[in-house]
Design a protein around this ligand. Structure first.
Ligand SMILES: NC(=O)c1ccc[n+]([C@@H]2O[C@H](COP(=O)([O-])OP(=O)(O)OC[C@H]3O[C@@H](n4cnc5c(N)ncnc54)[C@H](OP(=O)(O)O)[C@@H]3O)[C@@H](O)[C@H]2O)c1
Length: 281
């Protein structure tokens, strides 16, 4: 029997499992579609019901893959999608969302994010998000790639405090947010969504990560995910198009790492000692 995935509660009270699934790179090649759909479905079967996508991924192709994967089981899923900054005007946001809904084959997006900051005033995008919320096309809205000063600015615009999440680059090799952004969000009950949680595979060859994982009968990917799952209010959204890896990632929940090993991991991947600007991929 699998250990249940711990849940995180959004500001509106919605509870969602902390370990979800990413989709960047999906929907780009029709020859991979079946495998991508099968992997997302396997992830859903394992309880990873939050699926993160964007109009950007595969030029809408990833949203279509998600639409296929959730067919007939929409109510058990929590769908996150994102609007391009250059679409995030008062009217452009609405159109972009309607196009995403069409590709996803659903009537609502659970969490709709501004993918990164662009030239439209935040107040305008927030107004569009609130309009979408009022019409039921989205349940909640949030942001992505927002550093602490961006969040503070967002809080200063009308409705800006309704932000439900901030999705940012966060993994063992990119711990900068622990200095200020993570505590800022935690103290306001705004969940962080950690993207590229295994640094797109690049950290998996790190000798200390391999050593500590082995000592805990785990894989490096599982240890990297477990590190993030330890933090309060942090969703983790690894992407895989491989059923075996979906299972492997799911099993990161069951790791029981000793304090000594967490300390060794901190020594290999030190936490930030000062403010560093938020990085993005
Ligand atoms: N908001 C933003 O600006 C932003 C930016 C980047 C990402 N994201 C979101 O976050 C999600 C995750 O980030 P990401 O896709 O950049 O990187 P990631 O999840 O850190 O890594 C994905 C890569 O790792 C491989 N992989 C997955 N599980 C593995 C395992 N257990 N062992 C070995 N390799 C494994 C995958 O290959 P296979 O598929 O072949 O398994 C894929 O190549 C994205 O898919 C996207 O939804 C958001």
């Amino acid at each position: 029997m699998d250990d249940p995935i711990p849940t995180i509660t959004f500001p509106d009270g919605t509870e969602v499992p902390a370990l979800g699934q990413g989709t960047w790179g999906m929907g780009e090649d029709a020859g991979h579609a079946n495998q991508e759909i099968a992997s997302l479905k396997a992830g859903l079967d394992l309880g990873m019901t939050m699926i993160d996508t964007a109009e950007m991924y595969g030029d809408g192709g990833a949203e279509e893959i998600v639409g296929q994967a959730i067919k007939g089981r929409r109510d058990e899923t929590f769908i996150v999608s994102k609007v391009y900054p250059w679409n995030a005007s008062r009217t452009g946001t609405i159109t972009a969302c309607e196009n995403s809904l069409e590709r996803l084959g659903t009537d609502r997006i659970d969490l709709y994010l501004l993918h990164w900051r662009g030239n439209y005033p935040l107040a305008e995008t927030v107004e569009a998000f609130e309009t979408l919320k009022a019409s039921g096309k989205i349940r909640a809205w949030g942001v992505s790639n927002f550093d602490t000063d961006d969040m503070e600015e967002l809080f200063s615009v009308p409705g800006g405090r309704n932000v439900a999440a901030n999705q940012v680059l966060y993994n063992l090799a990119r711990r900068g947010i622990e200095y200020d952004l993570l505590p800022w969000c935690q103290s306001r009950n705004i969940p962080i969504m950690a993207y590229s949680p295994i640094e797109q595979g690049r950290i998996l060859h790190h000798p200390e990560l391999i050593r500590i994982a082995k000592a805990n009968q785990a894989t490096p990917a599982q240890l990297a995910l477990a590190f993030l799952l330890e933090r309060d209010g942090v969703f983790v959204i690894p992407k895989t198009a491989n059923i075996e890896r979906a299972r492997e990632n799911r099993d990161a929940i069951s790791l029981d790492i000793t304090d000594e090993d967490w300390d060794a991991l901190d020594a290999a991947f030190p936490p930030p000692a000062k403010k560093t600007p938020l990085e993005m991929l």
